[in-house]
Design a protein around this ligand. Structure first.
Ligand code: BES
Ligand code: ZN
Length: 590
């Protein structure tokens, strides 16, 4: 049964969408998609049907050639508008003709100069959490799943790719007509589309990489181990149910590290660093193929079921492929972000809980690493209570039981209590799920790689700066951890020294730059300003932008300088990222 979803107008008992047939015409000059969607329902309609809609212009709604009555009625800043189809009598299929708004917040339209090739524009979607409704009217609640087919018309030589099985590409004059079938049912937030001058390379029998041609070779090398990961993931989680696992490298303004669009993960280009050191991102998005895409959070109040489980699985797979020390260090780094986020909200804030009433809360606004790492730690605590073997059996049962379904936190806990009663008793489930902060008896991280960093931090506190030799064999995550442990203010000459020994001056490792630039800003390094500016222009990933922009906004010397920089580069950024900037500046009273 579908749970009550505070982020949707939908009433699942009216009827549920089972299949949608799309015709989409992508028009770059007007930054709109002119679309037609044919909706097929699970039962015939009587009376009303409510759909979610945000800014989509409705041209016509009809069935069997006859117009239907409709109204855009309720309006709300988070949910958007309710599209109310009225006086329905016995139809189980209908058609909506629509046009998206140029400001639709699920879509980013890039000019040619914002792409690597520079000759053609680019379009991509990002629907999670509640933005699919700005592309087409839908039941935009993660508990409702549908299959779809699509015909997408784009200007040549561009092509469309979707989180679906590509069928044919037919050339008609200046246009390419690209066809897709999505045979596995998905919730609306996993609908995904991108359009650009895109090439591809095969990575394995089930894996292919798509990217702009300028970067496709490098990307193919960076992600060459994807098929191997898929095989490892299947050993732990059971058969891969989506047939293909392809990757799409996005333009730099993509606001996330990765997005688990089924059959086609979207990835930030910032992980292509030439040494495969950030491919854990693929492990994470791939793990969502089970935890998230097969078993989906019932509502955004249960988001930790998607991200906590996925982070847990990601760490298990990374442990197999790269060793326990590596995985434990990743957890330590993640916990650092989690504590920073908890402090930002306040340690007692409801946003630090894994599950709470989110009525009136925009999921995008409170997006943080808390559901990831508090969720991961909770699952590890359960594992520790019964041992890995029994926990792995539980994982198998969990996936087999709930695949292609949505799950609420409550239903998960009922399942846990039934199948692992001793874990349920041993771990303070109530505290983990419903209380703020991070439990004191959480599993501790342990790793030689962390110990090395801690020893260097201790030596630093005693007055001994690390030398290039000391850190020669460190991996980027160790450097990251070191910089975070210093957090606060350090002397300027220490900034310079660290910059040198860690090669941070011309690097493109944005994970490190994000830490380093924030540290330098807080430490009063005014000469860093041009680099901060270049960074804000280049980087699109919110997780990496936040620490730098926040440091600028919170430090006396830089406080008045940040707004003009943000204004200058507003146009390069995704609507979600622009909103993130606004929140940081608002909070700092700038
Ligand atoms: N599904 C998320 C991204 C997301 C979450 C988009 C909520 C919109 C709303 C994705 O799987 C994710 O977690 N990405 C992380 C990857 C990292 C934890 C390895 C990211 O983007 O940083
Ligand atoms: Zn995720």
């Amino acid at each position: 049964m579908a749970a009550y979803d505070p982020h949707s107008y939908v009433k699942p008992q009216q009827a549920q969408i089972k299949h949608i047939n799309f015709k989409l015409n992508v028009d770059f000059p007007s930054k709109t998609i002119q679309g037609q969607a044919v909706y097929h329902l699970d039962k015939s309609l009587k009376g009303s049907l409510y759909l979610d809609n945000r800014m989509v212009q409705i041209v016509r709604i009809h069935a069997d050639g006859k117009d239907l009555e409709w109204e855009l009625d309720k309006q709300d800043p988070i949910r958007g508008q309710r599209l109310h189809l009225k006086r329905l009598k016995g139809i189980c299929s209908f058609v909506i003709d629509f046009v998206t708004d140029p400001q639709a917040n699920a879509l980013q339209w890039l000019d040619p100069q914002q792409t690597l090739g520079g000759d053609h524009p680019f379009l991509f979607s990002q629907c999670q959490a509640i933005n699919a409704r700005s592309i087409f009217p839908c039941q935009d609640s993660p508990s409702i799943r549908f299959t779809y087919s699509a015909e997408v018309v784009v200007p040549r030589p561009m092509i469309a790719v979707m989180a679906a099985a590509p069928q044919t590409i037919q050339t008609e004059g200046d246009l390419n007509r690209c066809r897709f079938e999505m045979p596995q049912p998905i919730p609306s937030y996993l609908f995904a589309l991108a359009v650009g001058d895109i090439s591809s390379r095969e990575l394995g029998p089930r894996c292919r990489i798509y990217a702009e041609s300028e970067i496709v070779e490098e990307a193919a090398w960076e992600f060459a181990e994807t098929e191997k990961k898929l095989i490892e993931a299947e050993k732990m989680l059971g058969p891969y149910e989506w047939e293909r696992y392809d990757l799409l490298v996005m333009p730099p303004s993509f606001p996330y590290g990765g997005m688990e669009n089924p059959r086609l993960t979207f990835l930030t280009p910032t992980v292509i660093v030439g040494d495969r050191s950030y491919t854990h991102l693929v492990t994470h998005e791939m793990a969502h193929s089970w935890t998230g895409n097969l078993i989906t959070n019932a509502t955004w109040e249960d988001f930790w079921l998607n991200e906590g489980w996925t982070t847990y699985v990601q760490m298990r797979i990374d442990e197999i492929l790269q060793g326990r020390d590596y995985a434990q260090m990743k957890i330590e780094l993640g916990r650092g972000s989690m504590f920073a986020d908890m402090q930002r909200f306040g340690m007692d804030s409801k946003h630090t809980k894994l599950n709470y009433d989110m009525s009136g809360v925009d999921p995008d606004e409170v997006f943080s690493s808390i559901p990831y790492y508090k969720g991961q730690a909770f699952l590890e605590a359960l594992e520790n209570a019964v041992g890995r073997e029994r926990f792995d059996e539980f994982i198998g049962k969990y996936i087999a039981t709930f695949k292609f379904q949505s799950l609420s936190t409550k239903a998960f806990l009922t399942f846990l209590k039934r199948h692992l009663p001793d874990a349920f008793k041993a771990v303070n489930v109530r505290e983990w799920i419903y209380e703020a902060g991070f439990p004191e008896d959480a599993p501790q991280t342990k790793s030689k790689l962390i110990d090395e960093v801690d020893a260097s931090v201790a030596a630093y506190r005693e007055g001994n700066l690390p030398t290039s030799d000391d850190v020669r064999n460190w991996n980027p995550d160790q450097v990251n951890l070191f910089l975070r442990r210093l957090a606060g203010v350090i002397p300027l000459e220490h900034c310079r020294h660290l910059e040198k020994i860690f090669n941070l001056s011309d690097g493109k490792d944005y994970a490190l730059l994000s830490e380093y630039l924030a540290l330098a800003v807080r430490s009063g390094d005014e000469e860093i300003l041009p680099r901060v500016e270049a960074y804000i222009e280049e980087v699109g990933r919110g997780f990496f932008l936040r620490p730098v922009v926040q440091a600028m906004a919170e430090t006396a010397w830089s406080r008045d300088l940040i707004r003009p920089i943000i204004e200058r580069y507003r146009g390069c950024h995704h609507p979600l990222t622009v909103r993130l900037f606004e929140r940081i500046l608002d909070k700092a009273g700038i």
